[in-house]
Design a protein around this ligand. Sequence first.
Ligand SMILES: [Zn+2]
Length: 427
Amino acid sequence: MRRFLAFVLASPLVPVFAGGQAPHRTAIRAGRLIDGKSDKPIENALILIEGDKIASATPGGGAPAGAEVIDLSKTTVLPGFIDVHTHVLLQGDVTAAEYDDQLLKESIPYRAILAARNAQIALSHGFTAMRDLETEGAMYADVDVKTAIAKEEVPGPRMQVATRAMTPTGMYPLLGYSWELKLPAGVQYVDGVDGARKAVREQVMYGADWIKYYSDRRYHFAGDGVLHSMVNFTDEEAKAIVDEAHRLGKKVAAHAIGSDGIAAALRAGVDTIEHADGLTDALMDEMVRKGVYWVPTLTVGLYVAPGRGGNWQKMADLQRENFGKALKKGVKIALGTDAGGFDWKKVNQAKEFEYYVQYGMTPIEAIHTGTSTAAELLGWSDKTGTIEAGKWADLVAVSGDPLKDITELQKVKFVMKGGAVYKNELH
Ligand SMILES: [Zn+2]
């Protein structure tokens, strides 16, 4: 802990090449380096860090004089992981009752305290960046969590946040209570083209980096074997959301599970599709053509299926089949877990890498989904996602070889973010 504080306190005070004191320099000896660029690991690499950035990553070489040396020579070093679909303000909701209880019985300040705890768990599991995709009734508290982390008041990943998410009136919980009660909603209810534009402006004003909306609900299999759904917004409304967000320089994520919801989101021009169990060949082709990312969130699907029953296991099976097809077609897949949909304390979100390998990716392909491809989705390709000169010094180390056993990524032993060491179990 002392070491972490020293790094954090030192870094903003140290002038970079200001003629006087040089920036703090750290040299990491990596037994094996998976830099996120090359498919082949580099044996015995040296990573030089100046302040909060990577200065170089080279095979071999000696540590420069005056640099602090961190010996990771018995480990595999990788870029910090990125999860592009999380809910830090949620603690798992297998059943509707678990969801309702959080909105009805927990205050937003209480939920924000747990969110800070969840961010710390994520960082300790090697996640140095996350896109948090809506607060589920906790208003703009994700902006506060992001700010507290950025100001180094609490440890956690770098965050991009979506704030409240949107559906039309009545198409997202809390539902089913007496009309006499004034209840919170898990989203912002938005109606009409003008309402859509206004809601986007409002969310951006309060700090949204992304706009998220729920494209569909009521998922059901029809006689054609395709997973269908009811579409929430009219095309005009959905297009207004996307157009206004893009006009303000923000990107849009759509929750879409059934084929109808996915098709509607693609018509509206969204940037990422979340879950997408009901993909069809034609929809995958359209995603490739438009360069839209797929964020599969397998961890949550497989976690909630047994508890929810109904179609959920069938939907998970369909997603497995679609994953193989999408991989062959070249759909851009970025790692997202829906952490918060499952309990942060019970499931390590790095499990998602393991599912991608089970579903047909090579280990290095799976690693790219949660590093370089995820960074690209965030618009941070020049800042993170690989270990190379000029990028943030965000990296992790594991004891074994994740190219042989992907579950190694669930046993992160060392975490550095912005040149500061947050975890080191290798002493
Ligand atoms: Zn989600």
